[in-house]
Design a protein. Structure first.
Lengths: 634, 340
């Protein structure tokens, strides 16, 4: 090789490096500029764009479980864009007061009213009449009955099929393939006498008394039973259609026909086209029963809104830059923006509005401490930890200051049951933390690094974990953060995915610290019992990330589904909350106010006025419930 | 050895490679750790233990790896690649049939772009070697070559969509348009055949950025190899003879030199296919293009063994097939290869 060629190599390498660096810097500065408006700034400030004929929404996720509503026993699809847009439930919540103040107010939806027996075990729902599904099939009590038992069957006859709430004694319900065959032969519009005999059997926990009334008989009183019907398994679909199109399937082989051709619902929209992993198109349903609702009806019950746009397309776009680009160029009017590009939304308050949850919500972020493994099995050690973590710092640096204080385990939105003991948040006090540490008897100088698991792909989880790591280092505790793939976010490494008992059996492999869930945590049902039943219950099937149980706490847990005496529940849970506060199995970082923790659902303010999120604080969907979206100028 | 025998030998080797890839992937995917039932069912595994048990029994999740592999081979022999938990237990073959055409679209466009741009720049670079033009081209292809495909993808997204607003940010086509009927299975081609020009235009616009992102990374290999090959050939004796005969330099270069210099590019094409296929995994996720690359990421995140294996088999088939075609073409062009 010639000397000239040899001399040119370093020059070329330098040119390549310079080009790459220049490109990266240019990209950085390009993305820091406010986006070029499609009209002049003056025009944008003084006039609005007309409401579109098609609303385009970008979402970061394609629904796991596709659009198959049979998956509701798995608490998927997630995100379920069909919640209240295509499917409705017997009851719902007042979305306006929910997101304005965190008030949990139950309202009728497909049921017009309901009554409770004096012992609190029997709920009778009167169903709305003259309602049809989008394909014209009638909605009636037989359909609801068929759906409930069909899902029970798909859960392999698991008694907790209703969103994890084990409220029914299913021993009397002899439901199986033979009953499904009978349902298929008879149909659910005008069932045969043989099927009616089974449906009207009052020894079964769920039975009908006629086409417009359905009864749920619980094994023990539960004051908040209607709240369990608000989402997931409570979303009503056309069971007749299911039976005519291949049936439910089996517990290990669901009918996948409905993955991309969803089952009809009673909601204001229908799905018109699906491209898997790409988009879902919706159009207004001509059969929606709520089309004639007046403005006052809708104001009182906003999730019944028939919608303000004829067509909707929701795109699943995994790249944050792509979603922000669509929002800024007008290709999408609503877009989920994560923390990477969230500062760009905040920099343009005239252009972008975004969803903010109230201080009193039911979505939060937290960290669990393994109460069964050394040294987090020592109460004083855990107390040291909770006083060493700077929650304000985490809120400011990771969540854009949008974390609301939370004293768990109760969700702040459950105002009548929240912080019964009127306890303060754990104070950030390193002196106090060191005192507790000394009290614990743990010698940090010889202590091996503790494990802290966060799920891969959750940027804010990792960022918050790093702050916690630094905070604990101040008191001498070394923590190693282990970013864990989502596929391994379960036992034997993470306790919350399995039952408390399974967590106990695997306690020595579960990390000392675990991020609570795979990001933010939101309930499956908006009941005040939810947090107690999940986070501190020796009988919980999931979500006890700290592998924590205590006899005092268990009395409160058991009371929720054994008595309807609210004073008794209140007394027991006040004591339980104090116990948990002293035991400190969890670090309640706070209630999230932005949908994605470090980002949220943003919209073009010149087109979109606003809309509501789902009734379980994004527990079921990651974008606005689009029939509630209103437009500027309309 | 004669050509048919050569082909058979290469094909047999390809089958061996395929089986090895399948076995290694199966063992590795089952060594990821964790309990797949939690990846497959999420919290439902805890909420419904009876259901979890049913899945464990049906899919032999607690059996030894070799036993699981036996059942997998058995079902594969019956044409069943299994059911994909990350895709709601749809048959893996169905998911692949839905997603593969989109990946093929990107890959085909990227191959054409790589070859066209690569050959063009390789020729120019060799023709004007040791000039600023040559230096500029070499810096350009080395920049592309050194950049990861996802970086190039993001760069293109920011330039052409965010800043210039002339190309879409993602997806495969405008969903408001009527989709073409199935003819070849490739939507772009089908829309062209049936005269659905709005869809064709939309699909073309949507494929430009993802395939460009791939091509910008791989064209450099073609350019570099062609340049080196051309420069070497231009010093060959027969070229000297052609010049001595009085032929002009352009005729010598293009007619005598380039033709032979393209031979190594043929064997390179299999390598390009490999790079492009693996690059689709990154690029499809940046552009939300609904191809197999996106499915691979979903399957990996969901510890979806059937999905991981199914996509690996398909990718391996494509790569082995591309290598086989390249070997055959090379053998046809250069009989000396067969004699080896």
């Amino acid at each position: 090789m010639s000397t000239a060629s040899q001399a040119k190599r370093p020059i070329m390498a330098a040119i390549v490096i310079v080009i790459i660096v220049v490109a990266a810097v240019a990209v950085y500065f390009m993305t820091q500029q406010p986006s070029a408006p499609m009209t002049s700034t003056t025009e944008m400030m003084t006039s609005s764009v007309a409401a579109p004929s098609t609303l385009a929404i970008d979402d970061p996720f394609w629904p796991s479980g596709d659009l198959n509503q049979l998956n509701s026993i798995y608490a998927i699809p997630y995100p379920d864009w069909l919640t209240y847009t295509v499917y409705q439930s017997l009851v719902t919540l007042n979305g306006t007061s929910l997101y304005a103040n965190g008030d949990v107010q139950i309202l009728p939806m497909l049921a017009t009213d309901w009554s409770v027996s004096s012992d609190g075990t029997t709920y009778t729902f009167n169903l709305r009449q003259n309602v049809v599904f989008s394909n014209g099939d009638p909605f009636n009590a037989y359909q609801v009955w068929g759906q409930m038992y069909g899902l029970y069957y798909l859960a392999n006859n698991g008694t907790a099929f209703l969103n994890g709430y084990n409220v029914f004694d299913m021993s009397t319900a002899k439901f199986g393939p033979a009953t499904l065959d009978l349902m298929a032969k008879s149909g659910l519009v005008t069932p045969s006498q043989d099927l009616l005999t089974i449906m009207e059997d009052t020894t079964w926990p769920i039975y009908v008394t006629g086409p417009n009334q359905i009864v749920f008989h619980l094994k023990a009183p539960f004051n908040w039973f209607p709240h369990t019907l608000v989402a997931f398994v409570g979303l009503i679909f056309d069971t007749q259609y299911v039976l005519q199109n291949g049936g439910f399937g089996t517990p290990t082989t669901f009918n996948t026909n409905f993955n991309l051709k969803p089952i009809p619902g009673t909601g204001p929209y229908v799905v018109t086209d699906v491209s898997q992993n790409s988009y879902v198109k919706f159009a207004k349903s001509s059969n929606y029963w709520g089309t004639s609702l007046g403005a006052s009806d809708i104001q009182a019950n906003p999730y019944l809104d028939p919608g303000h746009v004829q067509n909707v397309i929701i795109y699943a776009k995994s790249d944050d830059v792509a979603r922000y680009t669509d929002l800024s160029t007008g290709a999408a009017q609503i877009s989920g923006i994560l923390s990477q590009n969230w500062p760009l939304v905040l920099k343009n308050p005239d252009k972008y509005g975004y969803a903010v949850m109230p201080d009193a919500s039911m979505a939060f972020v937290g960290i669990s401490m393994n109460t069964q493994r050394y040294p987090t099995n020592i109460t004083a050690f855990r107390q040291a930890v909770v006083h060493a973590v700077n929650l304000t710092d985490i809120s400011q640096r990771v969540f854009f200051g949008q974390l609301a204080p939370m004293i768990g385990p109760e969700y702040p939105a459950q105002k009548d049951w929240y912080d019964l003991g009127n306890l303060p948040q754990y104070a950030y006090d390193t002196t106090l933390a060191k005192q507790y540490l000394a009290q614990s008897g743990v010698d940090v100088s010889t202590l091996a690094p503790l494990e802290f698991r966060v799920v891969s792909g959750c940027t804010y989880c990792n960022s918050a974990a790093q702050i916690v790591q630094a905070d604990l280092a101040q008191i001498g505790i070394t923590v190693n953060i282990e970013v864990t793939p989502g596929s391994q976010w379960g036992l034997p490494y993470v306790a919350g995915a399995g039952s408390y008992k399974q967590g106990l059996a695997n306690s020595q492999t579960v990390a000392q610290f675990t991020w609570f869930g795979t990001g933010t945590f939101a309930p499956g049902a908006p009941t005040p019992a939810d947090a107690w039943l999940l986070f501190a219950n020796e009988n919980t099937p999931a979500n006890d990330y700290a592998i924590y149980a205590n006899p005092v706490v268990q009395k409160c847990v058991d009371a929720w589904t054994s008595t309807n005496d609210q004073n008794t529940i209140r007394d027991l849970c006040t004591a339980a909350q104090k116990q948990m506060y002293d035991d400190a199995p969890y670090i309640w970082l706070g209630g999230i106010k932005l949908v994605f923790g470090g980002g949220s659902v943003a919209w073009d303010k010149t087109v979109v006025k606003g809309g509501l999120l789902d009734p379980v604080f994004t527990g079921i969907s990651s974008t606005l419930v689009f029939n509630t979206v209103t437009f500027v100028g309309s | 050895m004669n050509l048919p025998k050569y082909i058979l030998r290469r094909a047999a080797f390809g089958v061996f490679v395929l089986l090895s890839v399948m076995t290694i992937t199966f063992i590795l995917s089952h060594s990821l750790g964790g309990d797949p039932i939690y990846a497959w069912l999420g919290k439902a595994a805890g909420l419904h233990p009876e259901l979890a048990q049913a899945y464990i029994q049906k899919y032999h999740l607690k059996d030894p790896v070799l036993v699981q592999y036996y059942y997998y081979l058995l079902s594969l022999a019956q044409g069943n690649m299994g059911y994909s938990p990350s895709r709601n237990f749809l048959p893996v073959t169905e998911v692949i049939l839905e997603t593969l055409p989109f990946t093929i679209q990107i890959a085909l466009f990227a191959i054409v772009m790589s070859l066209v741009v690569g050959v063009l720049l390789g020729v120019v670079s060799a023709r004007y070697n040791h000039t600023p033009i040559d230096t500029g081209i070499r810096a350009f292809y080395m920049t592309g070559y050194a950049s990861p495909p996802f970086f190039v993808a993001l760069l293109l997204l920011i330039i052409f969509t965010y800043t210039l607003g002339i190309l879409p940010s993602g997806g495969a086509f405008d969903p408001t348009l009527t989709k073409p009927t199935w003819i070849t299975g490739l939507p772009i081609l089908d829309s062209l055949i049936e005269g659905n020009f709005p869809y064709f235009t939309s699909a073309l616009l949507h494929v430009i950025l993802p395939s460009s992102a791939l091509a910008l990374v791989t064209f450099g290999i073609v350019t570099r190899v062609l340049r080196s090959s051309l420069l070497e050939i231009m010093h060959a004796n027969y070229i000297r003879t052609a010049r001595a005969k009085g032929l002009d330099e352009n005729t010598v270069f293009y007619k005598h030199g380039l033709r032979h210099a393209l031979i190594p590019v043929v064997s390179l094409s299999s390598l390009i296919v490999t790079w492009l296929i693996t690059g689709t995994i990154f690029v499809e996720n940046v552009f939300s293009y609904p191809g197999m690359g996106r499915y691979v990421v979903q399957a990996l995140n969901g510890q979806d063994y059937p999905g991981i294996l199914g996509t690996t088999i398909v990718f391996a088939l494509v790569i082995v097939g591309a290598n086989l075609v390249a070997d055959i073409l090379y053998a046809v062009v250069d009989p000396q290869v067969r004699l080896g």
